[in-house]
Design a protein around this ligand. Structure first.
Ligand SMILES: Cc1cc2nc3c(=O)[nH]c(=O)nc-3n(C[C@H](O)[C@H](O)[C@H](O)COP(=O)(O)OP(=O)(O)OC[C@H]3O[C@@H](n4cnc5c(N)ncnc54)[C@H](O)[C@@H]3O)c2cc1C
Length: 242
């Protein structure tokens, strides 16, 4: 039985950066949009904490860059590869001809909350948190929306267009019978954090390359975010070793 039924023009499944940004742009353009997210909030750590100059320029075009800069963030002017043999700087943002010659580092949760807060100003924007999409509504061979579960309730959203923005393991993609094409080898990154102390001397953004290990380092305002890059079985091997 369906407890809630909504009708919209575009239904976007997944409130990661892709889905939230799309929903915001559609709402701004006057398109009715319903955004569904399985989680009840945006608190998912260690994902997409870097906001690049091109993204900042887009945010500037829609009048959001200045306000975004009032939130706590760190600016990295370059991205360096540091090894015992050499230091290479493949990305020097400070040389770019842009009003934002740096990579902004901010927890993704804060960024998504910021975008959603702006989207809520538009009457065409509708957000449903805690909604796990688990079915497609199909009519005459076309997808016409989705079905979801939210706690004990079931609901559906009927839409002219349904967008699967539900990430790498997209349920909607599977339901639609679409197969992703894999283009790169598998690797694992173990993310963890260390406290950041005044006077810590490290680049805000760097990849430290050792003889057998690679660690990505990103400076957050109050901590260091570290990503240990390893082969596909890195997690299992680290657990075995303790
Ligand atoms: C550990 C890690 C670190 C990263 N670091 C960076 C970085 O520093 N900079 C950078 O630019 N990128 C980074 N990335 C990549 C970046 O996070 C992804 O490219 C980006 O999150 C993809 O955005 P998306 O909106 O497509 O999908 P996602 O961010 O995966 O969002 C998908 C959303 O869909 C929701 N969802 C899933 N299934 C359902 C369902 N059935 N019903 C409803 N909702 C559903 C999920 O809860 C999620 O919120 C990192 C990724 C990882 C994993």
């Amino acid at each position: 039985m369906t407890d809630d039924s909504r009708t919209t023009t575009c239904c976007v499944v997944g409130a990661g950066p892709g889905g939230v940004m799309l929903a915001l742009l559609l709402a701004r353009a006057g398109v009715r949009v319903t955004l569904l997210e399985a989680h009840r909030d945006f608190e998912r750590d260690f994902r997409g904490d870097t906001i690049h100059p091109a993204t900042l320029e887009v945010l500037e075009q829609i009048g959001l860059a200045e306000r975004l800069h009032t939130l706590p963030h760190v600016k990295a002017e370059s991205f360096r590869f540091v090894s015992p043999l050499a230091i290479d700087t493949p990305a020097v943002f400070s040389r770019l001809p842009t009003p934002f010659p740096y990579m902004m580092i901010m927890p993704q949760a804060r960024f998504l909350e910021f975008l959603v807060k702006d989207a809520k100003r538009y009457p065409h924007f509708d957000l449903k948190l805690g909604a796990h999409v688990d079915g497609l509504i199909e009519e005459n061979g076309a997808v016409r929306g989705i079905a979801y579960r939210a706690g004990d309730e079931r609901g559906e959203v009927r839409a002219q267009l349904t967008v699967a923005a539900d990430g790498r393991f997209s349920r909607v993609r599977k339901l639609a019978g679409l197969e992703p094409i894999s283009t790169s080898g598998a690797m694992e990154i173990l993310w963890f954090r260390l406290p950041r102390r005044p006077g810590d001397a490290h680049d805000e953004a760097a990849i430290d390359v050792g003889p057998r290990q690679v660690i990505a380092v990103l400076g957050r305002p109050h901590e260091w975010q570290l990503g240990y890059v390893g082969p596909r079985d890195a997690t299992a091997r680290s657990r075995t070793r303790g």
